[in-house]
Ligand binder design. Structure first.
Ligand code: IMP
Length: 427
């Protein structure tokens, strides 16, 4: 069996964790391929609500090997904390079950401080990053001065390399940002200990995935963040520093495009965004507030309130193209129950011209000038959280789903109607 990729089709927080959890039941490997602990994937099962930041969402299945892949950036200290939290509730997070690619890059405590300092310096143009050190860690990777997880195999040499990089970071903190230096000795000691603990988890991730594919097993790629946060294809510069799209899986795990046979885009039944940047269908009124409260739209990682707005079919068409979506999983349809009516953006007005294509390439400023052209649809009153078949949804909800399929040109094969593992309409 081949590779299935699960990606966020909007600005992240679409509910990828539970769809990954669903697919994981059949999989041999579930692998994260981008991002770091800026992600927060929620899985609710077996009496637990898990907020996973680095550990892949297949961890609840004992038969699944969970891989943190080459394209990710990993903070060893938060990974160890997450492992401990999972262990405390009885989840197996032994090195037999969880693996860390030797090629993943590491996030140091100084990357986090640099992240906060850099975003603060941007002033009113701040991105509103998660302050997890993601941008600075990828910047070091691209500048070819970063540390790779594989270096932790030799904790003493690794500790030396950490010291050198922390000194370089401190120079920037002091001279560029006027901030106090972080204690190199303390960070070196912390990371030396972390290396000793994490060394047993290290693997050659591409070899692991290659073997599984050769044996005909199913590999799930778990994207973090969302399409519009992609460093190449998102609303630059209000993006993250990695590639959350399906293409990111190819380089982030080391598989060829022919292996990928299914690309599932997760889209909320409305749209949310956390952090700064353009958002054409944003609702800044009481309706936006109502969706935020009904949908508990607060960040899993940072607790920040998410911005909420109508579903945007222009954006989803773009996501369908750049990911090659084969199907869509529509999440949180239940949250729309009881709204007076519904709207979907079908096109934009950009400087008086109707456009159908999301103008991400022209940058955040162009997207911020787009005015959505809406189509209005009837809503429904019923609580749909108990519905398990599409044909049992109220007629207005069925029509809403069908209209999205028509506008985006991709079938909706999953619909979630509540937070529990079972609250999903599946094929
Ligand atoms: P960074 O990834 O921390 O550098 O943040 C860059 C942008 O991506 C900010 O707008 C964040 O709010 C956003 N972002 C990063 N990770 C996530 C996520 O997992 N869900 C939603 N937004 C995210």
């Amino acid at each position: 069996m081949p590779v299935t990729v699960i990606v966020g089709a909007q600005w992240g927080d679409e509910g990828k964790g539970r769809v990954v959890d669903y697919f994981a039941a059949q999989a041999a490997i579930v692998a994260r391929f981008n991002g770091g602990d800026n992600a927060g994937h929620t899985v609710i099962a077996e009496g637990h609500k898990l907020a996973l930041h680095l550990v892949p969402s297949g961890i609840l299945y004992p038969h699944v090997t969970c891989l943190i892949g080459a394209g990710t950036v990993v903070n060893p200290l938060t990974l160890l904390r997450e492992i401990q939290t999972l262990r405390d509730i009885g989840v197996d997070v032994s090195p037999a079950h969880l693996k860390l690619s030797a090629a993943a890059h590491l996030v140091l405590p100084t990357h986090r401080v640099l992240d906060g300092a850099a975003d603060m310096k941007r002033g009113y143009e701040a991105i509103g990053t998660t302050k997890r050190g993601i941008g600075p860690a990828y910047a070091d990777k691209m500048a070819r001065v970063g540390l790779r997880a594989g270096q932790m195999r030799d904790p003493n040499h690794f500790a030396e390399a950490v010291g050198t990089l922390v000194d370089a970071h401190n120079e920037r903190l002091v001279n560029l940002y006027g901030l106090p230096a972080q204690s190199t000795d303390q960070i070196v000691a912390q990371l030396h200990q972390a290396a000793v603990e994490l060394a047993p988890y290290l693997v050659d991730g591409t070899a692991l995935v290659g073997r599984a594919l050769a044996e005909g097993k199913l590999v799930i790629g778990e994207g973090a963040q969302g399409t519009l946060l992609d460093i190449n294809l998102g609303t630059y510069p209000f993006v993250t520093s990695s590639s959350p799209v399906s293409g990111g899986l190819l380089t982030g795990l080391g598989v060829g495009p022919k292996e990928v046979t299914r690309v599932v885009g997760i889209a909320k039944a409305y749209t949310t965004r956390v952090g700064a940047g353009p958002f054409p269908t944003e609702l800044t009124d009481v309706l936006g507030e109502r969706i935020r409260e009904a949908g508990h739209e607060y960040g899993t990682t940072t607790g920040r309130p998410r911005r909420c707005g109508w579903l945007d079919a222009v954006l989803l068409r773009y996501a369908a193209q750049v990911n090659g979506l084969t199907d869509i999983a529509l999440s949180k349809l239940d949250i729309l129950s009881g709204l007076p009516s519904l709207r979907i953006a079908v096109a934009y007005d950009l400087d008086g011209e109707r456009i159908e294509h999301f103008p991400a390439e022209w940058g955040a400023e162009a997207v911020s000038r787009c005015r959505p052209i809406y189509e209005e649809l009837p809503s429904w009153e019923e609580d749909i959280s108990g519905v398990r078949r599409r044909e049992d949804l109220p007629a207005a909800a069925q029509a809403y789903v069908a209209r999205i399929e028509e506008l985006v040109g991709v079938p909706i094969t999953f619909i979630s109607v509540g937070p529990e593992r079972e609250a999903m309409i599946v094929p």
